[in-house]
Write a protein of this length. Sequence first.
Length: 496
Amino acid sequence: MTVSRIPEQTIATLEKLFEDHFKKKPSKTELLPVSGSDRRYYRLSNDKHTAIGTYNANVTENNTFFYFTELFRKHEIRVPEVYGLSRDRKCYLQQDLGTTTLFEQLMKDGYTDEVLGYYRKSIEQLARVQWVAGREADYRQCFASNQFNEKAIMSDLLYFKYYFADLQQIPYDRILLISEMEEMSKELGRVQPLMLMYRDFQSRNIMLHNGEVYFIDYQGCMQGPPQYDIASLLWQARAQLPDAWKEDLLNTYISYLPEIHAPRMEEIHFRRVYSQFVLVRLLQVLGSYGFRGLLQHKPHFISSIAPALKNIESFLAIHPHLPAYSEFRGLLEKISTPEMQQRFSTTKASENSKLQVQVYSFSYKNGIPKDKGTHGGGYVFDCRGLLNPGRYAAYKYLTGNDEPVARFLEVETRMPEFLDHAYSLVSLNVEDYLARGFDQLTVAFGCTGGQHRSVYAANKLADFLKTKYGIAVNVTHTNEKKWLLSADANTEAESQ
């Protein structure tokens, strides 16, 4: 049995691409956190150079990425340079743009002039993508769909209906709603002009590097209305850009178009269509949050629902005549009420909150740690159903605190799914305890040796609770003194 589902030859191929480009072998190859796709990313480096190695078995998707990378760089649009690719086109080496996205900078610094400056640069670069690169784009190179047309718009609206609206048990006329959605899709499907549409243009796909903005994850490019991408960036739910910023950035975009010799258009019409695609994007995103959060129980997406509903409430207030369909409008008003937003809001610890969470990792060989609290409540999670890193020589003398073990658990096991369920269960008690003024909750994760799986899970839960609720969390690894940290240790390795 191999350690990784990705062949070891993949690593060798990426390291060979690195050596061919930089004329020196990498001294370190690090697996990066898994994204929402099936692609795997590695950071390769030595004392002078660094690069990102990518493995993706979907060659058609890779070819789309290569095509648009070449097209964008030709027109001086900042995207990562591709240094080299393998013969089978499943592995490629690209420029390392660092680790800071525009979204992360916004969360760190807030609504500063510097961050606004980055947004302005992004919106101008977007215009170049759409109107400059778009002039000569070959849409046959798009791997998923080549046009955002009436059917694609209807698909987005149905995504919202099925994966969010229908789950809220709010009464509405389903037949009439479908009819109105079809009318709206037909109307927007006739919008002209169609240029090169990024499709997922949001601040997490914008990297900040050496004071400039760079775009990533543009494999989904297709022909479509330019207003959609503007809406995606300006109305991103978690970003919650101020209205003044939205207007500033929309004006920046429109005023930049003459500089790149875009065809003249009626600004009033452009803005009216923009507003309609804001709504389409908001609903597509909410459908995604419903699918990932309410059906797949992923906490990050659940926590995004409240700000997404707030966006819809704000949109309806600004646009009293959109959507121009009574049943559709009525449904949106019902799902975006303050009461609905509160249903999905996260309870935050106040300054006077007494709640403290004790998180343990432990070895089942030594028994479940005894709860030292007065109420005797809490959770115990058994990690032994997950593939054990301790069975492999590469991880045997490491622990759940070490990055290689973390990456193994994230990529090669069902640990992310396991933790999603644990997060949801623990969140129920945390929110109830905060509301009722309780002062203690205990959570324990166990595995065979208390060294890999349980340690990682305990650390991740602690990070999750601190970030989501701002509460005090203490982590204790009860088997730490018995960890197997060298080949000379007397302790036996985990065997299950």
